[in-house]
Design a protein around this ligand. Structure first.
Ligand SMILES: Cc1cc2nc3c(=O)[nH]c(=O)nc-3n(C[C@H](O)[C@H](O)[C@H](O)COP(=O)(O)OP(=O)(O)OC[C@H]3O[C@@H](n4cnc5c(N)ncnc54)[C@H](O)[C@@H]3O)c2cc1C
Ligand code: SF4
Length: 249
């Protein structure tokens, strides 16, 4: 690549790209805040719940045409089924994300040159209000190249930039903050179930867990229970036969 190209990808994919190319070399890496990718079955479920047939869909939007905009599916007979983002994501899509996403500590695109997210307004509990609003994205430039790209886009009139504080960004993204703070609990539970985990070097996972051991313990218990409900067993099922043998003696 000539260095003029850009790649837009989820943070986990951006991290893979960064592992292949040094900062400043290769394409500009653009990413976005990411809470996970819903599975296809969940998308089909929303369409069916709204009265459509998944095989009749000719165009699908998870959001957009507004902020956040609606989940909407255009059907082959010209009808459109749609629902609020809070309903589609909160009720069906969000709960369907894979375990890999539930143990993701990189939802805010640490490896990107430039990362975009939603600057949600939140209620008094910190829960994002998904009411239709004018729409604000937050941009975080993580490298000099990212800063230059954002400034060039503003100078060319594509975007308007205003300063925003770290506190405002974190307040708009309570789920990302909680996920990062309690990540250790989920990772421990995943390891105890004999499943692989992603290594997070430089993410302060140990430091964060040291600040809230009780919350980590509860998170680990909850995560282990959810994994067991998905059919996993301790140490990948290797513990139970040993216990049975010991009991049989
Ligand atoms: C798998 C996945 C997971 C995600 N998880 C998160 C997450 O956890 N947290 C988070 O903050 N974001 C999340 N996002 C959204 C992501 O942050 C946004 O897509 C990104 O911030 C929008 O920037 P963009 O440059 O990609 O979008 P663009 O396509 O350039 O811009 C679209 C933006 O404009 C808005 N818009 C479109 N039309 C209108 C209109 N008429 N009026 C007002 N606004 C309008 C859209 O709602 C959207 O915000 C996720 C996206 C994906 C694909
Ligand atoms: S939540 Fe993490 S692992 Fe899942 S798609 Fe997003 S960046 Fe990748």
């Amino acid at each position: 690549m000539s260095g003029q190209e850009a790649v837009v990808s989820k943070p986990c994919e951006t991290a893979s790209m960064r592992a292949m190319v040094d900062e400043g070399a290769g394409p500009l890496l653009l990413s976005f805040f990411c809470a996970g990718t819903p599975n296809q079955t969940a998308t089909d479920d929303v369409i069916t719940r709204l009265g459509g047939e998944p095989e009749d869909v000719v165009k699908l939007r998870y959001r957009g045409m507004g902020w956040p905009g609606k989940f909407s599916a255009a059907l082959s007979d010209g009808a459109v089924v749609e629902t609020e983002y809070d309903d589609s994501w909160g009720r069906t899509l969000g709960p369907s994300v894979p375990w890999r996403c539930r143990t993701c500590g990189d939802g805010m695109g640490e490896s990107a040159d430039l990362v975009a997210g939603d600057l949600w307004e939140t209620d008094e509990r910190g829960y994002p209000l998904f009411e239709e609003l004018e729409g604000y994205s937050v941009l975080i430039a993580r490298t000099q190249r990212g800063v230059e790209a954002a400034r060039a886009a503003a100078a060319a009139g594509y975007i308007q930039l205003e300063p925003v504080s770290v506190e405002e960004v974190l307040a708009a993204q309570p789920a990302q903050v909680a996920r990062r703070e309690r990540l250790m609990g989920r990772l421990v539970a995943t390891v105890l179930m004999g499943l692989p985990i992603t290594r997070y070097q430089g993410f302060g996972v140990l430091r964060e867990s040291g600040k809230r051991p009780r919350a980590i313990y509860k998170e680990a218990l909850g995560a282990a229970a959810r994994l067991r409900a998905r059919g996993y067993d301790w140490a990948g099922g290797r513990v139970r036969p040993v216990l049975s043998k010991l009991r049989g003696r």
